[in-house]
Write a protein that binds this ligand. Structure first.
Ligand code: ATP
Ligand code: MG
Length: 269
């Protein structure tokens, strides 16, 4: 689908996935453009993580196709996806607590099939400092052990890792869920910088204040279906809430809307 003469960097068509009797996704279309942040929102169990895992090659979908930079891709597992430049940052981050920042940034790189010149410690450290400073990620030192970083610094390290690996699309599953206000800011700023670098970013979030703050577009899943797609500048919070809950916006009482808005404003301040 072309938009303003641009093509999506990643496109999914008709993705379905069931687990036993549960239809987790039904014919979901999804796309992200270069230099765009898309929020994936929906109630618990709506299918958000299942969609991210389908893209990441962790849970292969039953039906549907994936197109990357205009070409169909066959995904048999996570490596196929990492190789083409899609990075996923999960909530548990998959960082090694007992290693320092530099080691974590390069960890697993040898698993990639594309040729990577062997790096010595000194060049890895240089490259790590360079990537972290490009993204304005502030850490005590790149030789700090992950265990002694704050949640926000860890999340930032995990995201920086995807940039170091030349990702073009980054998928983030609830990146700020466990973070305090200042740390959340730090991660949201980092997401903006990924966009400024031209990456396509997909963020799962339950926090609509964050979503409105940082995202360009909001895709809503409900019961495994894509039910809405808003441009942030055209969307009102209550419309998004109505799409998430399936409520007819006309019957949401005024005081309910106020409560929703207050709740969202609390988390932003
Ligand atoms: N591995 C699995 N085995 C069985 N059922 C699963 C599995 N993964 C997800 N499901 C089911 O698929 C549906 C969608 O789950 P999913 O984790 O994608 O929801 P979600 O939108 O990420 O929710 P949350 O906001 O709570 O994280 C749910 O009904 C869930 O129980
Ligand atoms: Mg989830």
């Amino acid at each position: 689908m072309e938009r303003n003469g641009r093509h999506p960097i990643l496109e999914l068509r008709g993705i379905s996935k069931h687990f036993g009797a549960v239809q987790a996704l039904s014919g979901v279309d999804f796309e992200v453009y270069p230099g765009e942040v898309v929020a994936l929102v929906g109630d618990n169990g709506a299918g958000k993580s299942t969609l991210i895992k389908a893209i990441a090659g962790i849970n292969l979908p039953d039906t549907g196709e994936m197109i990357f930079e205009g070409k169909p891709v066959t995904v048999r597992g996570p490596r196929d996806v990492t190789r083409i430049g899609i990075a996923t940052v999960y909530q548990d981050l998959a960082l090694c607590d007992n290693l320092d920042v530099v080691s974590n940034l390069f960890l697993g790189r040898e698993e990639l099939d594309r040729p990577v010149p062997a790096l010595d410690e000194e060049s890895m450290e240089k490259r790590a400092i360079q990537v972290l400073s490009t993204l304005s990620v502030k850490l005590p030192s790149v030789r700090t052990q992950i265990a002694s970083l704050s949640g926000g610094q860890r999340q930032s390290t995990a995201v920086a890792r995807s940039v170091l690996w030349d990702a073009k699309v980054v998928l983030l599953d609830e990146p700020t869920a466990a973070l305090g206000v200042a740390q959340t800011r730090q991660v949201l700023d980092l997401i903006r910088r990924l966009r400024d670098h031209g990456l396509g970013v997909v963020v799962i979030s339950h926090n609509l204040a964050d979503v409105f703050d940082v995202c360009d577009r909001i895709v809503v899943l409900r019961l495994g279906r894509r039910v809405a797609d808003f441009r942030v500048e055209d969307a009102r919070r209550e419309q998004v809430v109505a799409a998430i809950t399936g409520a007819d916006i006309g019957i949401l009482a005024e005081d309910q809307l106020n409560t929703i808005n207050e709740k969202n404003e609390e988390t932003i301040s």
